[in-house]
Ligand binder design. Structure first.
Ligand SMILES: [Ca+2]
Ligand SMILES: [Ca+2]
Length: 327
């Protein structure tokens, strides 16, 4: 979330400009209403049936509102000045370009961190602006690239197309992992052990430039998360559309040693023979636990970090990734 070079003035100007512009400029590529089916396999926030969205998008020639991310493959002689991202002073918009090496070496991890959150949450209420905050992976500037994706309640349908000359069989592998799951009070539920990660629908995928016409492929599964999360505040996570409570309650022993409202550690309580729970360290705190099946990964916390380890080969030049908001 670093925004190293912008002054407060630019931020304020950007926010004002953006409220109007986002819808018309970034998302302004004609509206296509994508009809969605929901699957009720589990969790309170039913996952999207990718198949029906895909079919509807294909029928429309993959037009429709979306955000674009271009991942460019570059050689070592790439101009490192392009790593610094400054929002447009007039529109407040950020770029949509990220730079990775055309050929990955095993020595350097080239990572793209994507941040977003639950659409009902506190972080979402800050109206985060889509775009790249750090354009380069570690090969070029020593640390990960960063992208911010505005929260959307039903998530996004995500596609990828690998472009460029097919001669050398360019390809990119994306390997996803969860980085942090922070609640509205700043507790990192992942660090506190309150996240049980069963993995992504598609943990990793390799995408190649095929010969002939480039086809978009569905990569939504890279963002569909399976597992359980326990929350201190259940309101944004534990109620279905009909208002029914869908979480399971239990207790945990948590410590807030410096009394700043953020827990540093949580452990399981000790259970006596009569079922009474107690804590050797910390206080007994109730938590509400949700089981997710193929949930849009950014819905599981107020502020969530998800990362791609990227691996490229075959003189990789460009992958065009599109995030179509599901309505
Ligand atoms: Ca970087
Ligand atoms: Ca604390």
């Amino acid at each position: 979330m670093e925004n190293k070079n912008s002054s407060l003035y630019i931020v304020i100007l950007g926010v004002l400009a953006l409220s109007g512009l986002i819808a018309y400029v970034v998302l302004g590529q004609k509206d296509v209403s994508v009809e969605l089916m929901k699957s009720y396999a589990g969790g309170n926030q039913a996952s999207v049936d990718s198949g029906s969205v895909w079919a509807a998008l294909k029928a429309k020639g993959l037009q429709g509102e979306h955000y674009t991310l271009n991942i460019h493959g570059k050689s070592d002689s790439f101009n490192k000045q392009d790593c610094t991202v400054v929002p447009d002073p007039v529109t407040g918009q950020y770029s949509n370009n990220i730079f990775v090496p055309s050929y990955s070496s095993d020595a350097v991890k080239n990572q793209i961190i994507m941040t977003s959150g639950n659409a009902k949450g506190k972080w979402a209420a800050t109206a985060p602006t889509y775009g790249v905050r750090d354009a380069c992976t570690a090969s070029f500037d020593g640390d990960a690239a960063e992208l911010v994706l505005p929260p959307n309640e039903k998530g996004y349908y995500v596609t990828s197309r690998v472009l460029g000359k097919p001669t050398d069989n360019p390809e990119i592998t994306l390997d996803g992992s969860l980085m942090w799951v922070v609640d509205e009070n700043g507790n990192d539920l992942l660090v506190l052990g309150l996240v049980t990660d069963n993995g992504f629908q598609t943990p990793s995928g390799t995408y190649s430039r095929t010969t002939g016409k480039v086809k978009a492929v569905d990569i939504t599964g890279l963002f569909e998360w399976n597992g359980g999360v326990c929350y201190f505040s259940p309101e944004n996570y534990c109620y279905d559309a009909a208002g029914q409570y869908t979480c399971t309650d239990r207790n945990t022993c948590c410590t807030d040693a410096d009394a700043d409202g953020v827990y540093e550690t949580c452990t399981d309580p000790t259970v006596a023979l009569d079922g009474t729970e107690s804590c050797t360290v910390g206080s007994l705190i109730p938590v509400s636990c949700q089981d997710y099946v193929n949930e849009w990964v950014f819905n599981i916390g107020d502020f969530v970090g998800y990362m791609w380890d990227t691996y490229t080969d075959g003189n990789f030049k460009l992958s065009n990734i599109r995030f179509y908001p599901v309505r």
